[in-house]
Design a protein around this ligand. Structure first.
Ligand code: PEP
Ligand code: MN
Length: 342
């Protein structure tokens, strides 16, 4: 925040203003231009001083410091952005649901999930073909064959495809098949990858790093838009805290805070936050209520045999039931949901 002092403000007044800011626990940075002093008020929560400062004699104006992410900030783009994905609009009145397995495992698995989630009202299918696993010994994904299966599932159901890309030199390959390129939590600050997805035209879903602040997420988003791609959605997927009762802690506060700070659509991933399927419906409903634009949820035809994230994957009937519950909340907050096909 910056306090702009009146031109010719006496030194004594200026000293009083500086000492007020410092005694309130903030740092001060003074700059002079054109016979006018600008007093930068630095530190978390500085905006709380705005009213008191504005009322002090000698202060002409108090204004926020422009955020360091101009392209994604709401300050510069007050209207919410709608990202269009082949006929599905994210960030508008419709609450959009992306559902599917953690990883593509076989034709039968992906086709079964695709048909079931489409009939329950999902409009996009998720499924990893390249998996960024914490252990080098875990299943790393089916690769190109997985992408081909996703394209087949799109052909059969009309669902749009969301799938992860983990390396800059695989962006072109994944973009040939996907409708939305997912950048995962582990890669949120892989700046070469962010630029690479920013240089191609497909929409991007950027997930928050598990130890990233909201500001770091917005700066990562800025890389993608600055590279030329405005078709970006952000995803809150839980952060790492001291709490062990869930896999991660869903930062539900991040949704309204992001809505204040950016014009981009916000998606919530309750699955990677929860770590277990029983509490996914509750988190999903909270996401709708708090103002998110959509969900990305893990669903598997037989979660106990899933090669990854089975514990948090919903069953097909469990997902269909949850969609009914979401519809009620969506309606209550003035959002629409897609009607299932099939
Ligand atoms: C995923 O979506 O399967 C995934 C790996 O998510 P995250 O990057 O949020 O851990
Ligand atoms: Mn997963």
């Amino acid at each position: 925040m910056i306090a702009v002092l009146e031109k010719g403000c006496p030194l004594k007044r200026k000293a009083e203003i500086v000492s007020f800011v410092e005694s309130s626990g903030f740092r001060v940075q003074v700059s002079e231009s054109d016979n006018q002093s600008l007093i930068g008020v630095i530190g978390p929560g500085a905006d709380k001083l705005a009213d008191a400062l504005a009322a002090m004699p000698g202060v002409a104006e108090v204004r926020p410091i422009a955020p360091p992410y101009p392209l994604v900030s709401r300050e510069h783009h007050p209207d919410s952005t709608r990202v269009k994905v082949e006929g599905v609009s994210v960030g508008g009145p419709e609450f959009v649901v992306i559902a599917g397995p953690c990883a593509v495992e076989s034709r039968e698995q992906i086709m079964t999930v695709a048909e079931s989630v489409a009939s329950a009202g999902a409009t996009m299918l998720r499924g990893g073909a390249f998996k960024p696993r914490s252990s080098p010994y875990s299943f790393q994904g089916m690769g190109k064959e997985g992408l081909e299966l996703l394209a087949e599932a799109r052909e059969a159901t009309g669902l749009k495809i969301v799938t992860e890309v983990v390396a800059p030199d695989e962006v072109d390959l994944v973009a040939q098949y996907a409708d939305v390129l997912q950048v995962g939590a582990r890669n949120m600050q892989n700046f070469r990858l962010l630029s690479a997805v920013g240089e191609q035209p497909k929409a991007v879903l950027l997930k928050r790093g598990m130890m990233a602040t909201i500001e770091e997420l917005l700066l990562a988003a800025e890389y993608i838009v600055a590279a030329g791609n405005p078709r970006l959605m952000l995803c809150e997927r839980g952060i790492r805290t001291f709490e062990r009762a869930t896999r991660n802690t869903l930062d539900i506060c991040a949704v309204p805070v992001l809505k204040e700070r950016t014009h981009l659509p916000i998606i919530v991933d309750p699955s990677h936050a929860a770590g277990r399927r029983e509490i996914v419906p509750a988190l999903s409903k909270s996401a709708v209520a708090v103002g998110a634009d959509g969900l990305i949820v893990e669903v598997h035809p037989d979660p106990d045999t899933a090669v990854s994230d089975g514990r948090q994957s919903m069953t097909l009937p469990g997902f269909a039931q949850m969609m009914e519950e979401i519809r009620v909340v969506a309606e209550a907050v003035g959002r629409t949901t897609a009607v299932g096909v099939g």
